[in-house]
Write a protein that binds this ligand. Sequence first.
Ligand code: FAD
Length: 414
Amino acid sequence: MSKEFVDVLVIGAGPSGCVSSSYLKKNNINVKVVEKTKFPRLVVGESLIPRVMDHFDEAGLFPALDKMGFEKKLGARFLRGDEVCIFDFSDKFGEGWDWTWQVPRADFDNTLAQEVINKGIDLEFETEVIGIEFNGTDSITTVKNKDGETKEIHAKFVIDSSGYGRVLPRLLDLEKPSKLSPHSAIFAHVEDINREEGTEGTLISFDIIETEVWLWVIPFSNGNTSVGIVGPTEYIDKLSENGDTAEALRKAISLSDYYVKRFGNVDFLFEPKHLKDYSCSVKKLFGDGFALTGNASEFLDPVFSSGMAFATEGGMTAAKLALRQLNGEKVDWQTEFADYILYGVDVFTTYVKEWYTGNLQELFFHQPENPDVKKKICAVLAGYVWNKDNPFVKKHDTVIKNLANLIKMEKQQQ
Ligand code: FAD
């Protein structure tokens, strides 16, 4: 079997793997990326949040993405019947980017991967990791290409960014069930022939059908729009009980008074995808010689579009720590990686849970709006979940519940 020797092997060329490999290459590390599929490939996760821009910028990937003319996302709109709540990222607490993109991921990820190649990084497509052995922090990874040929890649450090491939969680028995209750989704892209002119046509929106059921509408600059329904797994299973995902998504669209006119009669550009029980977790985020990032580690829920932000945060943090370790520094992976990432995960976990209890929806739609509360929640929705100056970050486990209870009491007294 042939052998290759690198400093860092990155598994998966999604956003997480592209951010970590670009950062390492920029710092003169010999890094290789192996990717199971051929790009462009379809993947879900089209609504970004501003925190990702920090990572694309630092990794040197921003200019290539910026040239693509993806639809700019300046905030997000939540709808519940006649009630509307719009967050504007420029009106948030604290520092940080006030815009990002909403993107067809096939094009977006392909742009990232091509830019990684342009930077001189060895990215091998159609090459799948099938085994790994560790000897201290050194590892030997076995990969197989599309012709069935195998080879060994010897690395001093491995970053697993394999998304739902979950390569190291599977190979090292690190899988752990998510703490969140099981939810599923069905989504497709449509040619948005009824799209209105101006902001209405391009605004990213989440329409609440029932407390735990919501429809996403993510318009792209190419004229297509992503439409998806999310809900408890039982609900989504029932919607698609005969296995016809197109019929299920049509039914879901018909439940949205706001969007039925725009999407009721449009064709799906591919057979809608059913993503069942999408939340996942791991027993640990790192070990001797490896770190897990993005969906290869933890995925919560699409409701606040945090997936890509954790993917790039994890990729960037792992790359910085791996660089320091390769340069001979001692790295405390527990504190500097796991505890750090899991702090942000905990904050978003609270927001996701409180979304599905309905408490957060109470806050979103409460009238009159409290501008101070809104700014602070907006900073969380922008992905700035490590800013402990923000009480909606620092006291996340109590603040939403307490405010929602106050609102409910106020309503009872009326
Ligand atoms: P990926 O983008 O999945 O990339 C992983 C790569 O690894 C893939 O290209 C894969 O082919 C490759 N790979 C897999 N196995 C192997 C192997 N054995 N060897 C080599 N390569 C391998 N996030 C958002 O930010 N916004 C959203 O609006 C959003 N919506 C979502 C909706 C749903 C229903 C779900 C389930 C998720 C959503 N997400 C969203 C989450 C988002 O999809 C992920 O968080 C994001 O894609 C993670 O990026 P990644 O780089 O970790 O993994």
